[in-house]
Design a protein around this ligand. Structure first.
Ligand SMILES: O=P(O)(O)OC[C@H]1O[C@H](O[C@H]2O[C@H](CO)[C@@H](O)[C@H](O)[C@H]2O)[C@H](O)[C@@H](O)[C@@H]1O
Ligand SMILES: O=c1ccn([C@@H]2O[C@H](COP(=O)(O)OP(=O)(O)O)[C@@H](O)[C@H]2O)c(=O)[nH]1
Length: 481
């Protein structure tokens, strides 16, 4: 399969491209897609050349329009896989986000439905058709995330039919729960076998990795006695933890920009004498936003002496707005936020700034920079890159990270943060109070611990490590992992 020193072609595949395309007044406009998967893979572009396949987020039927969208994405090495809107809705909203996403985040009681499952299969087949057609033999194909769990198997079959042999990697950006959470899903074997057609599978933490290995042993009777490898249907699959990260320099460089410096000065002047807590989350159940607001309410109840002296600025980024449960969550959060301000506001100000929108990157870095505390309350979360980003913007202030023990990031950041259980309002209130009153030496020590972790585990290192391992699998497929 080609010489070892040649630069291998790398194909990245994810449901979401780095740019989401929208039709505005008949013309196509693209904007940066939200979410940590895009953040981590975009951080790769500094060190790795690759082409990126994905759904452009919009239905485009007319051939001329398709050509226009393809051209607009070419500059980002992005190749759109066009889906009709009903198929995309059933695959993305109905199966991926209403059935699979809750299960992956340890939620029971999910109800399977055949129609979205067939759409999920069909979209994975369309992705496999498109990539098998263009992939060159010997190239590396890196598939991402829960929307495409069948793709490695479908791709391997199609490549074999074309006489092509490629190394296929798969990274799951979400948690992977213990086997019992999968019992409600009658198609769970198809999904796990789909992933097992990879040569290398990456997870964010050891917990998710071990859950996957144990599930393969119990559900498929796969051989898992040798650490970090699975023998199944005469194939060897390497499994490991690969810590995803960010590009810290992108935040440090942005903070130096004159307009960002000016924005920071303005925010500091506005909040003079007030402690700022920041929250940045997609509006998603797993982020524990209702728990966060209720915990902040409890904190305000516990500390009337801090009236008008503490604010929580919560950015709730719109997400999956066509999914019923996300619409209901948005309504619930508006109600809770209104009640909190109704209860605690004074003529001098309101303690909760609830912003249901995305914010420009420069504004985000300024917000991170002026915040004394970052409060993240995930009930489960694959990793949570906001935690990394906040640290990257805290060189001056040494702000404190108050981080739910259920975020993947907590597996690595507990020593540098204040952990708590998001369902425990009292514990959250105490964690917020302790963070606001930590002495400078302790804040500095926690910050330096986290800075070391974030600066070591960058998205570039994550990508290079995974690709190096996948390339090794390509060169020596029979060797142990
Ligand atoms: O694509 P969306 O439906 O808008 O959702 C945004 C992303 O959400 C999830 O992100 C996960 O990946 C992050 C990076 O590894 C991780 O830090 C975070 O904890 C996860 O929630 C989803 O897995 C991505 O596919 C989505 O793009
Ligand atoms: O208005 C915003 C605010 C934040 N983010 C980014 O969304 C990502 C959230 O990633 P995380 O891993 O924390 O959670 P996910 O959304 O992937 O579950 C981070 O890179 C944020 O910078 C965004 O895209 N738009």
């Amino acid at each position: 399969m080609g010489s070892t020193d040649e630069k291998r072609n790398l194909t990245i595949v994810s449901n979401r491209l780095p740019l989401s395309v929208k039709r505005v007044d008949g013309a196509f406009q693209s904007s940066i897609s939200s979410g940590g998967l895009v953040t981590s893979l975009s951080g790769l572009t500094k060190s790795t050349k690759f082409q990126w396949f994905g759904w452009p987020g919009i239905e485009v039927k007319d051939p001329k329009d398709r050509e226009e969208v393809q051209k607009s994405l070419e500059a980002h090495n992005a190749i759109p896989i066009f889906l009709d809107s009903s198929l995309a809705h059933e695959h993305y909203n109905e199966f991926s986000n209403r059935i699979l996403w809750p299960i992956l985040h340890y939620q029971s009681g999910v109800v399977f439905d055949e129609t979205p499952w067939q759409a999920y299969r069909r979209v994975n087949e369309l992705f496999a058709d498109a990539i098998a057609e263009t992939a060159g033999s010997g190239s590396l194909i890196w598939v991402h995330d829960y929307h495409l769990m069948l793709l490695p198997e479908l791709l391997r079959d199609r490549l074999k039919q074309r006489g092509k042999s490629c190394a296929i990697g798969f990274s799951l950006h979400t948690p992977f729960p213990a086997g019992d959470f999968w019992r409600n899903l009658p198609v769970r074997k198809h999904l796990i076998e789909g992933m097992l057609s990879s040569d290398l599978i990456g997870f964010h933490t050891d917990e998710y990795k071990q859950n996957f290995i144990d599930t393969c042993a119990s559900l498929l009777n796969a051989r898992t006695e040798i650490p970090n490898q699975i023998q199944y249907k005469n194939r060897l699959v390497c499994i490991n933890k690969f810590i995803v990260g960010i590009d810290p320099d992108k935040f440090i460089d942005t903070l130096q920009k004159p307009d960002v410096q000016e924005r920071i000065r303005a925010l500091k002047a506005h909040y003079k004498g007030v402690k700022v807590i920041v929250g940045v989350d997609r509006l998603d159940h797993i982020k524990g936003l209702s728990q966060k607001l209720k915990g902040f309410d409890a904190f305000l109840d516990d500390h009337p002496e801090l009236q008008n002296k503490v604010v929580l600025i919560q950015v709730a980024v719109p997400s999956r707005e066509d999914v019923k449960e996300y619409q209901e969550l948005e309504t619930e959060l508006c109600t809770i936020a209104g009640k909190i301000n109704g209860k605690h506001a004074t003529p001098e100000g309101t303690p909760l700034l609830y912003m249901h929108r995305s914010v420009p990157f420069n504004e985000l870095t300024a917000l991170y920079s002026v915040a004394d505390v970052c409060l993240l309350t995930s009930t489960r979360d694959g990793m949570n890159l906001v935690a990394f980003e906040y640290v990257a913007c805290q060189e001056e202030r040494h702000g404190v990270l108050v981080l739910s023990e259920f975020a993947g990031a907590a597996s690595f950041m507990t020593n540098g943060s204040i952990p708590f259980h998001p369902a425990n309002k009292t514990e959250m209130s105490e964690a917020i109070f302790n963070a606001l009153n930590l002495d400078p030496a302790e804040r500095k020590a926690k910050y330096e611990y986290l800075r070391g972790f974030v600066n070591t585990n960058t998205s570039a290192k994550w990508g290079e490590t995974f690709i190096e391992k996948l390339s090794l699998r390509c060169r020596r497929p029979g060797e142990s992992c």
